[in-house]
Write a protein that binds this ligand. Structure first.
Ligand code: ADP
Ligand code: MG
Length: 331
């Protein structure tokens, strides 16, 4: 059915007519119909809901589709790991601790019974009957490591393997960090090297930064935080939009994975590192902590400025050029 102008999802075409993931999501927002228990709906790494006097409930979901997020020769255990880990990363980005998850899976089937259509590379005619159970091994291993209980899900027939996980988490009210709190003068940090994750395989076997995020919120209380899942420039763009500020990134400070260009680090994809801002005094405290503990976990990459939505890249000689706060979009 063709959507009419007033329908949710009807305005997700850009001026060039192409579909855009984020204009689609924006078009849904006005129809959210939020209860008073919703602190934050669409627009952050996870939804924030009232839980009790001291804590918020966090809720997030992510879906992996064969041919889009992984290939039929991607090791099953890594697919399962990624399916849960990218959700855990979103809970971490809010300052929270992951708790309970449900796993829904669409399995390619043949004549009514499950035929597990995954083929092993180089043996295109052979079936890999344990691929789906392999993904569950990855899910359960990741769940155990991060204290997540898998408490349900759904199983359906599908043309391609699809895994969707919805994850709950909790955060103390005083520790909640949103994308919207960055202020001009704040310093910008990332939690690790960026770029080249597709080539290196890190996009599959990354460690969600729960420990690092908890350390940060307890010791330094970032003013804004998110995880980088669509590239630094684009994801920073979300913080800039939500906080109505701009930013400058110092090119020479960007921590790069081996063999990665600045451009790849800015516009690459699934780093799953934390991107956060700290007030000037807290930033000085963190920098001093890193120096005295000889710890390279967090790297300062730039600062927040007052110009809304403007993003600049500064070179070593103090020149700056404007760059698009755009990263990877799915369509
Ligand atoms: P992330 O990369 O952190 O997982 P996304 O870019 O996928 O976040 O989503 C951004 C925001 O839009 C989130 O708050 C998410 O819950 C919301 N969102 C994404 N897709 C939909 C959808 N189809 N319907 C409603 N909200 C959505
Ligand atoms: Mg996220």
């Amino acid at each position: 059915m063709k959507a009419t102008q007033g329908d949710p999802g009807s305005r997700y075409h850009t001026s060039e007519g192409a579909m855009n993931e984020f204009s689609f999501i924006d078009s849904i927002k006005p129809f959210q119909n939020l209860s008073c228990r919703v602190i934050k709906g669409i627009g952050d790494d996870a939804a924030v809901l009232e839980l009790d006097a001291k804590r918020y409930q966090l809720l997030t979901t992510d879906m992996l589709v064969e041919g889009v997020h992984f290939l039929s020769n991607t090791p099953a255990k890594l697919v399962g790991h990624k399916a849960l880990a990218c959700n855990i990363s979103d809970i971490a980005a809010m300052g929270g601790i992951p708790t309970f998850a449900v796993v829904s899976i669409g399995i390619p089937t043949g004549t009514g019974h499950i035929e597990f259509s995954h083929r092993v590379k180089g043996q295109e005619n052979s079936m890999c009957p344990d691929y789906v159970s392999g993904t569950y091994k990855g899910i359960f291993a990741c769940a155990k490591r991060f204290g997540v209980s898998i408490v349900g899900g759904d199983t359906v027939k599908a043309d391609k393997l699809v895994i969707n996980i919805a994850l709950l988490g909790e955060v103390e009210k005083k520790n909640l960090v949103l994308r919207s709190g960055a202020k001009p003068g704040d310093h910008l940090f990332v939690s690790g090297p960026l770029g080249g994750t597709l080539k290196s395989g890190k996009h599959l076997n990354f460690t969600p930064r729960v420990k690092e995020a908890r350390f940060l919120i307890e010791q330094f209380k970032p003013s804004a935080m998110m995880d980088i899942s669509d590239g630094l420039a684009g994801d920073l763009g979300h913080i800039l939009n939500a906080s109505r500020v701009g930013a400058e990134i110092d090119e020479q400070r960007l921590p790069l994975n081996k063999g990665v260009s600045v451009d790849e680090a800015l516009h690459g994809g699934e780093d799953f590192e934390l991107l956060f801002s700290l007030s000037s005094p807290k930033s000085a405290k963190l920098v001093e902590y890193l120096r005295s503990h000889r710890c390279g976990h967090f790297v300062e990459i730039g600062r927040i400025i007052a110009l809304p939505k403007k993003l600049y890249l500064c070179d070593g000689s103090g020149r700056r050029r404007e760059i698009e706060p755009k990263g990877y979009t799915h369509f």
